[in-house]
Ligand binder design. Structure first.
Ligand SMILES: Cc1cc2nc3c(=O)[nH]c(=O)nc-3n(C[C@H](O)[C@H](O)[C@H](O)COP(=O)(O)OP(=O)(O)OC[C@H]3O[C@@H](n4cnc5c(N)ncnc54)[C@H](O)[C@@H]3O)c2cc1C
Length: 403
């Protein structure tokens, strides 16, 4: 371990490791096969105090640091990627946005939910607006004390199992003027007009539903608008900054999965014999394992550094550039590490009886969800070049083309 953790953090890490090894890990295969949300793992996380960790004491939480939560996510993901993701969303993501920009009433509701194990959903992506999130068409029209929302999101993690949904929509004033993009809180089984469509059959991370979420004249009280100080006109950027928390969390899940795969490969390399000696004695595999360890150390350092940047300059979220750099590197390295671990197992790695088969499917997600590796590179480039990079169609037309 190259990172200096405090005694308290080491204790959190040890407690999380014990839970992951003794309780969560042994269930991971069955959870993956059942493709059912693991409520028993949610209960175990909640009982251990591993949901709502960063909720401040004034809202009933323990007020842990962001890195504390990252340590828990990493340990869970080592044995079960799905449980790692649940730990992300019960500690980061939508809850970060509400705790940063919500009213006291919203913070109270959100804090109570995550502390009791809810994994809030963030609803941004639409069939026609993925990377180009600002092209979303879901709308929220002001009508007196409420907003009426219509539209459809897809690939919403949690969907049917999440109680709280942070929904992004174009906002229109009573007179029809467009005001910008805002965030709205809606609640499953409570908010009229909120319903769920088809579930996406995913390659990995199969126990969390990826859902279509549909708004049909959905009624949201105006006091459930999550409003950054910059208002609707400029608030979208601020709301999207909440994704920096989620990004560090998502990178951490891929880190945990990769660490788990590496440890399995190390053990196997000692046990498996070919040509009358353990395969660990072959330099070809030694160098693979050495490269895996280098990537893990680098990924962990980037991830922890991004986690520790929360609060810099008074920001409620990790630094955008560090979060993107950490997620790009960690997600890509994790895919390589799990792939190499599977290779070290030979045919045994290709069997569905081996956890690596599941880990290989699970880890593939992290260069896609929460901002693709390409879009995050664009974000990093815009920061290091101090430029707003062109994204619109016209920007890429040859010079002289009529627009
Ligand atoms: C498992 C999973 C869970 C998810 N959970 C959620 C969730 O909870 N909430 C939510 O709102 N969304 C969620 N998403 C959606 C996710 O955020 C989007 O998939 C992502 O933003 C990319 O959008 P897209 O899939 O439509 O790809 P597209 O935007 O269509 O991109 C297709 C390809 O083009 C590339 N590309 C696009 N634009 C550019 C560009 N300007 N420069 C270079 N390359 C570019 C992309 O990198 C990608 O390779 C989830 C996705 C997955 C897979």
């Amino acid at each position: 371990m190259t990172w200096q953790l405090t005694d308290e953090q080491l204790a959190i890490q040890a407690k999380a490791r014990a839970l992951a090894t003794e309780v969560i890990g042994p269930r991971a295969k069955a959870v993956d096969e059942a493709e059912q949300y693991p409520w028993e793992n949610v209960a175990a996380l909640q009982e251990a105090g591993f949901t709502g960790m960063t909720v401040p004491k004034e809202f009933g939480g323990p007020g842990h640091s962001f890195l504390d939560a990252v340590l828990v996510v990493e340990e869970m993901a080592k044995t079960c990627g799905v449980t790692g993701r649940i730990a992300v969303e019960a500690n980061m993501g939508a809850i970060s946005a509400v705790m940063a920009y919500g009213t006291d009433e919203q913070k109270k509701i959100a804090a109570e939910l995550v502390l009791s194990g809810d994994k809030p959903a963030i609803c941004i992506t639409e069939p026609g607006a993925g990377s180009a999130a600002s092209l979303m068409t879901t709308r929220a029209d002001r009508r007196g004390d409420t907003y009426i929302s219509n539209g459809k999101k897809h690939w919403i993690t949690g969907g049917t199992v999440s109680r709280m949904h942070l929904i992004f929509a174009r906002v229109f004033a009573e007179d029809g003027t467009e005001e910008g993009i805002g965030g709205f809180l809606a609640f499953r089984d409570e908010t009229p007009g909120l319903r769920f469509g088809d579930r996406e059959p995913t390659m990995g991370l199969r126990a969390i539903p990826e859902m279509e979420v549909i708004f049909e004249d959905m009624e949201i009280d105006a006091d459930m608008v999550v409003m950054p100080p910059s208002g609707f006109r400029h608030g979208f950027g601020d709301l999207m900054n909440a994704y920096n928390s989620q990004r560090v969390g998502a990178g951490t899940v891929s880190l945990g999965i990769a660490q788990g795969a590496y440890e399995l490969a190390l053990e196997f390399a000692h046990q498996r014999e070919q040509f009358d000696r353990p395969i660990a004695e072959f330099q070809g595999l030694q160098w693979m394992l050495a490269d895996m360890s280098v990537k893990l150390e680098a990924a962990r350092s980037l991830t922890y550094r991004a986690a520790e940047s929360r609060g810099n300059g008074g920001s409620p979220f990790p630094d955008a550039t560090l979060a993107a750099q950490a997620k790009i590197f960690t997600a890509e390295a994790a895919i390589e590490i799990v792939n190499d671990a599977l290779q070290i197992f030979g045919a045994a790695g290709y069997s569905r009886n081996n956890p690596l088969e599941r880990m290989y499917r699970d880890v593939r997600m992290f260069t896609i969800g929460g901002g693709t590796a390409q879009i995050l590179r664009t974000l990093v480039a815009s920061r290091i070049l101090d430029m707003k990079l062109p994204q619109g169609r016209g920007s890429f037309l040859p010079k002289g083309t009529a627009q």
